[in-house]
Ligand binder design. Structure first.
Ligand SMILES: [Zn+2]
Length: 92
């Protein structure tokens, strides 16, 4: 009888261990999934810094994106940003 109780305890411990391991592996997968969009986002940001300005066509550092009245989006450099503000364009 004592042996049976011991066996039950061992089985319970083993199942708890299995469940926590399963949860941990799922958490790791979740964390990995979170990292990938962040990397993609960072790459997209780096890419936006290499894009030329829509107005003056110069690669003038980081672009700020504005929505135009017709619904199109333009990326403008620092120099062209003031012009966009005067035209009441909204930064995205
Ligand atoms: Zn510009």
């Amino acid at each position: 009888m004592r042996y049976l109780v011991l066996l039950l305890i061992v089985l319970a411990a083993a199942s708890v261990y299995a469940v926590t391991r399963f949860r941990n592996s799922r958490n790791v997968q979740k964390r990995k999934n979170n990292v990938i969009p962040l990397d993609a986002h960072r790459r997209a940001r780096q890419h936006s810094e290499e894009q030329p300005c829509s107005s003056c066509k110069k690669k003038n550092g980081k672009l700020i994106f504005y929505a135009q009245d017709d619904g199109t989006v333009t990326g403008l450099c620092k120099d062209c940003r003031d012009k966009a503000r005067k035209r009441d364009m909204l930064p995205l």
